[in-house]
Ligand binder design. Structure first.
Ligand code: ADP
Ligand code: F6P
Length: 480
């Protein structure tokens, strides 16, 4: 039976060594949480990195890791500490990530890191080829593996290959500054179908293809050598029912409430509101901006002092990369300063958690909050915004969402803001806190309907359908 091979840098599970024994935890991030439900239902395998440097493992532990991973229908690509430093922290997260998110000032282009990026993409290709059988479909994910589609196509030209980018594709003017721009585009063109979250990202990509590679593009098809490559947008959804049902379950009166929930509820009443933000600790997420805008809000709407609390969960991420360390320091400092400035004996304006919380705690946070404040400076999609809406089983709650998140394209009923305008931010927060229940419910209802219809399963099905279509195109069954 033919299978689907999912390939991404990170597996949906992360292995670490805790006091000489192996610990396995779920991976954080939109790609892992989204694709997990697709993977668990299919008959395929998932190839990626286990989250631990290979040289930290004794041969015995390495074998144990492989077995644990195999049991989850996964196969690991071993990465050494040097690979992690140069390919992951280096090229992926110091060159591609900031450039694709328009943070030009953070971008570093290092030849040795580009060499490592090529080397690790080749290692991924080797593991894919070892597991690939005739008739299998390969679905490659994200910016860490932009060269992989062509590496597979070179060896197995008949394999159907899809690629999905989970982050923005930047405008041509940004992308053209990239020293290895041609190699990157050609690597991606090994795919038969390229998917992006939004039409804008797709348009930016096609523009780079035309202007850098000078290829012919007709509507959303690229002619490349003797192949036709399809490009389309597929906004990623969430596992809607999982979040909705978990929220329902948590609200049952028979369920013993967690300590976190009890603490949150102490702050819930008619005149006390909880505002929630959840992100990986990443400079693209606009965390310092959000804290400063919250300060601006408290300065300009002092009647809300003691009546609102910002609950801010920042999940540690890429903490060996200097910009992330700087962001952590800046966030700690800002939270300390603002709490110091406004706190009273009975009120702390910001509750700040810098850690990863289990799924049940995430649900408690979602269901206990009156307002979700999702204000990235730039974000490919942002699934947290969608998860918040899905958990509003009573139909109330307000989502404030940055226009710079891909999700804003499908979530017009949210209150959309420019995260760089504190004035807009503060006025919108005030509007959210005073929004009548009826209006909240109308907005949430529309959003929920759309998210339920276009959930992650539908997203994957649509992608696969389009990928199947490219197969027929290649076999000449469809005339263009
Ligand atoms: P990104 O992919 O940039 O991290 P998204 O908002 O698209 O941003 O996705 C974040 C995902 O990570 C969400 O699905 C969210 O539920 C998940 N997540 C956040 N915190 C945790 C956590 N502590 N443990 C597991 N998953 C988490
Ligand atoms: O969604 C973007 C993304 O970079 C994914 O590729 C990744 O899984 C997630 O964010 C978390 O990042 P990392 O794998 O670097 O921890």
């Amino acid at each position: 039976m033919n299978k689907t091979i999912i390939v991404s840098n990170r597996l949906p599970l992360q292995v670490s060594i805790q006091e000489n024994s192996l610990e396995i935890v779920p991976s954080v991030g939109g790609l892992a949480t989204g694709m997990k439900s697709v993977h668990s239902e299919g008959n395929g395998i998932w190839i990626g990195w286990s989250g631990i440097p290979e040289n930290d493992l004794s041969p015995d532990l390495s074998k144990k890791v492989q077995t644990k991973i195999r049991n989850e229908k996964c196969v690991s690509v071993p990465l050494t500490s040097q690979d992690i430093e140069e390919y992951y922290e280096g090229f992926s997260n110091r060159a591609l990530w900031p450039l694709f998110h328009y943070f030009m000032e953070y971008t570093e282009f290092e030849q040795n890191e580009w060499d490592a990026y090529k080397r690790v993409n080749e290692n991924f290709a080797k593991v894919v080829l070892e597991n690939l059988e005739d008739g299998d479909t390969v679905w490659v994910h994200d910016y860490q593996l932009l060269l992989l589609p062509q590496l597979i196509k070179d060896q197995k030209p008949n394999t159907t290959i899809g690629f999905f980018l989970h982050i923005p594709f930047p405008s041509y003017e940004i992308f053209r500054t990239f020293p290895w721009r041609e190699e990157i585009l050609k690597g991606m063109l090994g795919s038969d179908l390229l998917g992006f979250h939004t039409y804008d990202y797709e348009r930016h990509f096609l523009s780079s293809i035309k202007r850098i590679l000078r290829l012919e593009v007709q509507f959303n098809e690229i002619n490349y050598h003797d192949r036709t490559i399809k490009v389309d947008s597929f906004p990623m959804g969430i596992d809607y029912d999982k979040f909705y049902n978990a929220a329902l379950e948590h609200q049952k009166s028979s369920i013993e409430k967690s300590d976190l929930r009890k603490r949150l509820e102490e702050h819930m009443s008619e005149d006390k509101k909880l505002i929630l933000s959840i992100d990986r600790m990443d400079y693209t997420k606009g965390i310092p901006n959000r804290i400063k805008a919250f300060e601006y809000f408290l300065d300009n709407y002092p009647e809300y002092k003691e009546h609102v609390r910002l609950v801010m969960l920042a999940v540690p991420s890429r903490s060996n990369v200097p910009q992330y360390q700087k962001l952590k320091r800046e966030t700690d400092e800002l939270v300390g300063r603002i709490n110091g400035k406004f706190a009273t004996v009975s009120w702390t304006p910001i509750w700040y958690f810098y850690r990863s919380l289990p799924f049940d705690d995430l649900i408690d946070l979602y269901i206990s909050s009156d307002v979700a404040l999702i204000t990235p400076i730039r974000d490919g999609m942002n699934l947290v915004a969608k998860e918040y809406v899905a958990t509003r089983t009573n139909g109330d709650g307000v989502l404030i969402l940055s226009e710079m998140a891909g999700a804003s394209k499908e979530m017009n009923e949210a209150l959309l803001i420019n995260p760089n305008s504190y004035k807009d931010f503060a006025a919108t927060l005030k509007r959210a806190l005073t929004m009548p229940q009826d209006e909240q419910k109308t907005r949430i209802k529309f959003l929920q309907k759309r998210l339920k219809r276009y959930d992650v399963e539908k997203w994957a099905t649509e992608f696969f359908k389009a990928l199947e279509g490219t197969k027929k195109l290649r076999q000449g069954k469809v005339t263009k």
